[in-house]
Design a protein around this ligand. Structure first.
Ligand code: B12
Ligand code: SF4
Length: 610
């Protein structure tokens, strides 16, 4: 039997990671049952073991710009082991040809993988993969729930759950609105809640809502639609907004110890009702893209909907007043920045009372307006590092890769980098952190806050900002140790008895794809011992029918039929042994049907063997 491997490439392995790379667990859910459970490798924990890849295996690799080079290396290793190599993720979406040239790809998936991955795997199993699969931008109702049952439990501090994709804004340094689109695509809130319940069952109470922008409809958007008498637009916006409130109302019903964190635009600061709903929903913090503290700076990045000066401090304080902590994100190296901007920025961050802050240097990420501009400039007189044009900086070996920042009219990258470091040091000195940690309720939480602040600062030094390898190595050792301690602070007692509400209506939709309950936590009690009441017994029967139905269709990607699935989320999960037996029955049946005899002497199609 072939194996599917999904690899999250990274040059830096810390043994413990802060946030789960969500794509890994979503693609696991998208893997057709015919291929069995995929093997997940997150290289931010440990590097891949090449010997684990066998001829005929399928290796899916996700690349963003920062890890593309390592991703291509993994692809070459996989291909040399005789595997099918498939790339996806934002960078592969933008530069599919690169994955073929540098990463020895057999295939590339552009855009969303939730549906396309199933097709790729099926084609690889048949020995006939296509080259480019266009996953496009699928509807929110088709977003898959992640397979958390495949996650190593003791490695991550926060899990990540997506509730919406896309962002209506068009900031010049950001590619999200171009790749994910400007039309917000909301996931069904029932599916989101199911997944979160699943995570809380297994002991995760800290969850990052991995959304591009948690506030897709602003009060200004609504006012403009009203003023323009645009009834259709107003209805659309109102529907999106009310679904957001529905989601938050359901989040509010979850165990009170849950903590959510998301990303949001500053405009939410005008919307007290929204912030209050967030607080009730236990969304305790949000990354707010402040970017610049001056009007010129904001204009330069097409973000003039943000506030500057005193109004900015007030706007950020409003979040806190409503109980939502802010992780302020600031960019240095804007064309309008001067040496004085650095101090002004950190003072604003301190004055605005943001709980965390990140100070990033303007980087030209592909797919952005800034990148396009820079590439055009460079075309006139290309700069090369070795034989690589600087506009393909991610292909320059890491040892010689210059720190890649957008050129500035009056300051060198070195100067900007040095000044940025000082800003980090000032914001994260022990005294400043101790003061900020007063926002936590207990001593334990205060200690956690202090550790997390330092870890956050240090991890940045390890992955992007520090310039010399000695410092990088030192910070890696430190981060490894601290990350381990921090993880313990985030751990929660599992709640296997927790259940989602019954979502009768939502699950009668034919659009529904693999729900969270399939990601059965192994430790759940057997239905017969855990549910004496008649309503639950009825659910057990439905659950069995449902499992049988899945086995019958084991050779095609899982799709549920509405008639089988009533009151789905109340159904208890099968025990581990039950699940294993049922799965292996499904698989061995399939192997027999296809004449496959397992690894040695397997008749499976192997890349290059045709
Ligand atoms: C949550 C998030 C984070 C979190 C969590 C990261 C993590 N561990 O997962 C945090 C805050 C830590 C973070 C950090 C950073 N992030 Co970030 N992040 C995001 C965000 C908002 C969502 C990512 C996510 O989980 N999406 C949900 C999953 C399910 O979607 P997905 O990853 O897109 O995967 C789908 C498809 O792409 C495809 N797919 C993906 N991989 C594969 C593989 C195969 C084989 C196939 C077939 C398909 C496939 O299928 C998936 C399902 O549809 C994205 C924005 C975005 N829209 O992508 C930015 C984004 C990925 N981040 C970005 C950046 C720049 C960063 C940082 C460098 C920021 C910084 N300055 O430090 C760091 C880098 C961290 C690192 N070393 O990885 C950029 C990347 C740009 C680029 N060209 O590479 C993005 C696109 C945002 C932006 N503004 O442009 N990030
Ligand atoms: S930076 Fe944020 S607000 Fe701007 S386009 Fe990207 S996701 Fe949207």
């Amino acid at each position: 039997m072939v194996s599917v491997h999904l690899v999250n490439p990274s040059d830096n392995s810390f043994g413990t990671a802060v946030i789960t790379p969500r794509w890994l667990f979503v693609l696991a859910a998208a893997t057709p049952s015919a291929a069995g459970d995929p093997i997940l490798v997150d290289e931010s924990l440990e590097q891949i073991v090449p010997e684990s890849i066998m001829p005929g295996d399928i290796v899916g690799i996700s690349v963003h710009t920062g890890n593309a080079l390592r991703g291509y290396q993994v692809g070459r290793i996989a291909r040399s082991r005789g595997a099918w190599v498939v790339y996806g993720g934002i960078h592969a979406t933008l530069f599919p040809e690169e994955a073929f040239d540098r990463g020895e790809a057999h295939a590339v998936v552009k855009g969303d993988g939730d549906i396309a991955w199933g097709k790729v795997v099926t084609d690889c199993l048949a020995g006939t993969p296509g080259k480019i699969y266009d996953g496009g931008r699928i509807d929110g109702s088709q977003f898959l729930a992640a397979r958390w049952d495949l996650m190593p439990r003791d490695k991550y501090m926060w899990a990540s759950v997506q509730t919406i994709r896309g962002c209506p804004k068009h900031c010049s340094f950001c590619s999200v609105w171009r790749t994910d689109g400007q039309q917000p695509r909301q996931r069904k809130f029932q599916s989101v809640i199911d997944e979160i319940v699943n995570l809380r069952q297994i002991g995760f109470r800290f969850i990052a809502l991995a959304d591009d922008n948690f506030y897709p409809v602003t009060l200004t958007d609504l006012r403009l639609a009203r003023e323009q008498n645009n009834v259709a637009k107003l209805e659309e916006l109102t529907a999106i907004r009310s679904e957001r409130f529905q989601l938050m109302a359901e989040l509010a019903k979850l165990p009170k110890d849950m903590v959510f964190f998301t990303q949001i635009t500053m405009e939410a600061g005008e919307d007290g009702e929204y912030l209050d709903a967030m607080r009730k929903a236990n969304i305790k913090g949000a990354l707010v893209g402040v970017e610049a503290v001056t009007p010129e700076g904001l204009k330069a990045v097409f973000k003039d909907f943000n506030y500057s000066g005193e109004a900015l401090a007030k706007q950020l304080q409003t979040f806190k007043k409503h109980g939502v902590h802010v992780l302020g994100s600031f960019i240095f190296g804007l064309p309008t920045d001067k040496p004085a901007t650095f101090d002004a920025t950190v003072e604003m961050a301190l004055k605005a009372g943001v709980t965390f802050a990140q100070f990033v240097m303007m980087t030209p990420f592909p797919g952005t307006i800034d990148f396009g501009r820079w590439e055009k400039e460079q075309a006139k007189a290309p700069t090369l590092v070795g034989d690589v044009p600087i506009t393909r900086y991610w292909l320059i070996p890491t040892e010689v890769r210059p720190k890649m920042f957008t050129p500035h009219p009056s300051m060198s990258s070195g100067e900007i980098s040095e000044r940025t470091q000082k800003v980090w040091d000032r914001f994260y000195n022990w005294g400043a952190i101790w003061q900020r940690s007063a926002c936590t309720p207990t001593l334990r939480a205060r200690v956690a806050f202090m550790f997390l602040s330092k870890l956050y600062r240090q991890m940045y030094a390890g992955t992007g900002i520090s310039t010399d390898s000695a410092r990088r190595k030192k910070s890696k050792t430190w981060a490894r140790w601290t990350a381990k301690q921090c993880r313990k602070l985030f751990q929660a007692k599992p709640m296997p008895e927790l259940r989602s509400p019954a979502w009768d209506l939502a699950f009668s939709s034919n659009n529904l794809r693999r729900p969270a309950f399939l990601s059965a936590p192994r430790s759940l009690p057997h239905p017969s011992t855990s549910s004496p009441n008649p309503e639950k017994s009825q659910s057990h029967k439905l659950n069995r029918i449902f499992l049988v139905d899945l086995q019958a269709s084991a050779d095609r990607p899982c799709r549920l039929e509405s008639t089988t699935v009533i009151r789905l989320s109340r159904m208890p999960r099968p025990t581990s042994s039950q699940a294993r037996i049922e799965r292996s029955r499904g698989r061995s049946g399939l192997r027999a049907a296809q004449g496959r005899s397992g690894r040695p002497g397997s008749t499976l199609p192997v890349p290059g063997a045709e």
